[in-house]
Design a protein. Structure first.
Length: 318
């Protein structure tokens, strides 16, 4: 019944390299991965998996088609509420081609990975992580979220890194791939060969050739870097440490103290030797968090429950 029982799901934090990764995977002749898409898994709950049907399908399809119209100029029509049919048919109608393997890139959705594997036991997941300092520097420059909400990427990174540690253990026998952005940029062919081997898909050299990277309109995709770098190399290793020039002392201090254990686990070296900040920088941090209920809630979740976040600082569609 289903043309594709092993789709690809790509996720990570904002500015962690998910779009670049999706364009690389999409360059494979047998694969079509959509990006900036529908975020299908957010509409599927554990209850839906248990009941094998999509609850409130009419309301959910209205929301899905709002995305589909805005981003793909299409309308999705689902014949029945069967979960696999819902997921695969939506991907098929959005991609509209005959490639064997379909997939979606969806940021800030790592908590949905277990649901994805319940739905597709032979599915394929790529979870990309990046040095949280690089994420924050890029998100600070790139985001249109107002005020200091860009700092919430610290708690998103905590959530993503924490899940990456857990999933690497519990999904070690699944087609789950964990990629570090820094490794991908430094050695794209090595990382892609390892990735495709784990995904059980034959490697193709198109995936490391930028001329095959396509946009939603099937035109040459342009990298969406936050910064203008002097090198013209597509896989630009200068992006790895650019945060050293773009972040303030208090921002680096925050990241390295909140994420110390996670960064150590993934071998992201500490940059600052400071154990405390001066009064000026302490006051800056205090004012930023006390002036934002959004940020303060993330900080409280971390301090009280040792919990990260999986949320966006702005609505996905205005």
């Amino acid at each position: 019944m289903y043309k594709n029982n092993s789709p690809i799901f790509i996720t990570g934090t904002w500015r962690s390299g998910t779009t670049t990764l999706s364009r690389m995977i999409n360059a494979h002749p047998d694969i079509n991965v959509i990006y900036d898409g529908i975020h299908l898994l957010k509409y599927i709950s554990d209850e839906d998996i248990k009941n094998k049907t999509l609850k409130n399908i009419k309301k959910k399809m209205q929301l899905i088609n709002k995305f589909a119209k805005k981003r793909f100029e299409k309308k999705i029509v689902i014949i029945n509420k069967d979960l696999k049919n819902f997921y695969i048919e939506t991907l098929n109608q959005l991609t509209n081609n005959d490639k064997k393997i379909k997939g979606e890139k969806s940021n800030v959705q790592w908590s949905k990975i277990p649901i994805f594997f319940k739905l597709f036991p032979k599915g394929r997941v790529i979870h990309i992580i990046r040095d949280p300092r690089g994420v924050l520097a890029s998100w600070k420059k790139f985001t249109y979220a107002k005020g200091n909400r860009y700092l919430d990427s610290i708690f998103n990174c905590f959530g993503s890194l924490n899940s990456a540690i857990e999933y690497s253990k519990i999904f070690k026998n699944k087609r789950y791939v964990l990629i570090k952005y820094e490794d991908l940029i430094s050695n794209p062919e090595i990382e892609m060969r390892k990735t495709f081997k784990k995904l059980d898909i034959k490697f193709h050299r198109n995936v490391i050739n930028p001329k095959y990277y396509k946009s939603k309109k099937n035109k040459r995709w342009k990298a969406n870097s936050s910064f203008k770098l002097t090198s013209k190399r597509y896989f630009n290793i200068k992006s790895i440490d650019i945060w050293k020039k773009k972040l303030n002392d208090y921002e680096i201090f925050l990241i390295e103290n909140i994420l110390h254990d996670k960064m150590k686990f993934f071998k992201y070296k500490k940059f600052q030797e400071k154990t405390a900040l001066d009064k000026k920088n302490c006051d800056i941090i205090k004012n930023k968090f006390l002036g934002s209920k959004f940020l303060l809630s993330g900080l409280m979740d971390f301090l009280i429950f040792s919990k990260g976040q999986e949320r966006v600082p702005v609505k996905r569609i205005k």
